[in-house]
Design a protein around this ligand. Structure first.
Ligand code: AMP
Ligand code: ZN
Ligand code: ZN
Length: 455
């Protein structure tokens, strides 16, 4: 909301507040502005209060005297008898206003981020308010849609929801993201990569709910990475969700399909476990999506994941990597399936609440191979910033996706830079003959090392 309109709306209320403070005793314009700004949770524009004081004075509701403080000339304002009458007569109007504002608040908060643009405007008001933002900490309060006691509070949207309306609200949010970025335009069959964790399980349920609307089919894909009990529990969670929804589910055993498991690959390759696993998963998921006849592959990367990638990319100055980081990667010359991240603007915390409230079966354990890296540190720091500036990560990622990435792509993404893997025919990065997956596989199978191919 632009300042002008906002303050026109508030004008009557601020006038009454002026009289209310003056009813306690005389006060200068500066003091009134400070006290009223405190109540509103944001600084009134300078000058605004003087316009109101002048008008109240013109109506005889207050008068003024000149005094001095610390050698400076100051005007003190005082309420008159008719000012006092005026204030008391407004009791009924204030009560009616309170009810009207409650009703409006319920409606507007229910639309917490109705459009991506809307979100952005909301968050800009948070910036201006700075630390004094209007997000009350602590209890969830009442549902923004039905007014019943709320179960979840969503700080960046400054809204709360009950157990019934929270899942609906989140699903609508996801739907808006997929629509806005055209993720499923022209798509007939979506492969959802389900790890068994809360993000991808929530994604599966949300997309299953869009099947009829969008007219696409959903097929779930789970990769069994062969990481002991961890993988067994993950596969079990994935399977239970496929059954629950009645969606076709495919469980791909990495070892059966490619001859090696993730732990074997990690032992054979000198690079961080998560990075090796990431290459293997990406490759296997794309292939599985193709095998399943899908035209889109959806993964559960959430806002926190993407915010972390963005920060890490900035830190290392990896402009090509940043240029490749986008919510929709179109099908290409080497690979016929579009890749989408429908949750890239959804906070991890919101997904955890969704899975909890809907009672979805998820595998909670952390991967035992996960390496301790700077990633966790950056993530924690981002959450700290978020706490002080609700909506920070959303803005970071949204601005990146809408502004920064397209600019980088123009400069750094060239189709002709992509090579073709000599072994499997899939894409390789510039100057490489063999793709990272084939290089890892060669090492894991002990069929030799490929010079210059692995990191
Ligand atoms: P991660 O790389 O573990 O952060 O996972 C990112 C996304 O990749 C998840 O949300 C899933 O969509 C997908 N994914 C990760 N692990 C698996 C798996 N074992 N099987 C299927 N999809 C997975
Ligand atoms: Zn409700
Ligand atoms: Zn290859």
């Amino acid at each position: 909301m632009r300042g002008g309109r906002r303050y026109r709306l508030l004008r009557g209320i601020v006038s009454l507040l002026v009289l209310r403070y003056l009813a306690e005793g005389e006060e200068c314009g500066y003091g009134l502005r400070r006290r009223i700004s405190g109540v509103l949770g944001e600084a009134l524009p300078p000058g605004y209060i003087y316009v109101i004081l002048k008008s109240l004075r013109g109506r005889g509701l207050l008068d003024a005297r000149e005094g001095s403080r610390n050698g400076r000339r100051v005007v003190y304002y005082r309420i008159t008898d008719s000012g006092m009458d005026f204030l008391l007569r407004h009791r009924g109007a204030v009560e009616a206003g309170r009810r009207a504002i409650e009703e409006l608040t319920r409606f507007l908060e229910g639309r917490g981020g109705e459009s991506a643009r809307g979100d952005r405007d909301r968050h800009q008001t948070y910036w201006r308010r700075g630390a004094r933002c209007a997000v009350p900490a602590g209890s969830p309060g009442r549902c923004a849609i039905c007014g019943r006691p709320a179960a979840v509070r969503v700080p960046y949207a400054n809204a709360s929801f009950c157990e019934e309306h929270y899942p609906q609200w989140l699903e609508r949010r996801i739907r808006r993201v997929t629509d806005r970025y055209g993720m499923f335009d022209g798509v007939r069959r979506v492969a959802v990569a389900v790890s068994g964790g809360k993000d991808s399980v929530s994604l599966l349920h949300a997309l299953a709910g869009l099947r009829d609307d969008h007219g696409f089919e959903v097929v779930g894909i789970h990769l069994d990475l062969g990481i002991g009990d961890y993988s067994r529990a993950s596969a079990e969670a994935a399977r239970r969700n496929f059954e629950m929804l009645g969606v076709e589910g495919r469980i791909v055993d990495l070892r059966a399909r490619y001859g090696f498991s993730v732990p074997e690959a990690v032992r054979a390759v000198r690079r961080p476990a998560c990075s090796t696993c990431g290459v293997v998963k990406r490759y296997a998921l794309e292939e599985a999506a193709e095998d399943a006849g899908a035209d889109a592959l959806a993964t559960g990367h959430n806002l926190d994941d993407v915010a972390q990638f963005v920060m890490m990319g900035y830190q290392s100055g990896d402009l090509e990597g940043l240029a490749r980081l986008r919510p929709v990667i179109p099908a290409g010359r080497h690979y016929g399936v579009r890749s989408v991240k429908p949750l890239f603007l959804i906070y991890e915390r919101d997904l955890a609440e969704y899975a909890r409230i809907r009672g979805l079966p998820v595998a909670g354990a952390e991967c035992p191979l996960r390496d301790r890296t700077s990633q966790g540190f950056i993530r924690r720091k981002l959450l700290e910033i978020e706490e002080g500036m609700p909506g920070f990560m959303l803005r970071l990622v949204q601005e990146f996706a809408d502004g920064v990435q397209p600019a980088l792509a123009e400069r750094y993404l060239r189709e002709e830079d992509v090579g073709t893997c000599r072994i499997c025919g899939r894409p390789t990065s510039k100057g490489r003959e063999i793709c990272s997956f084939c290089a890892i596989r060669a090492r894991a199978l002990g069929t030799g090392t490929v010079p210059g191919a692995t990191g």
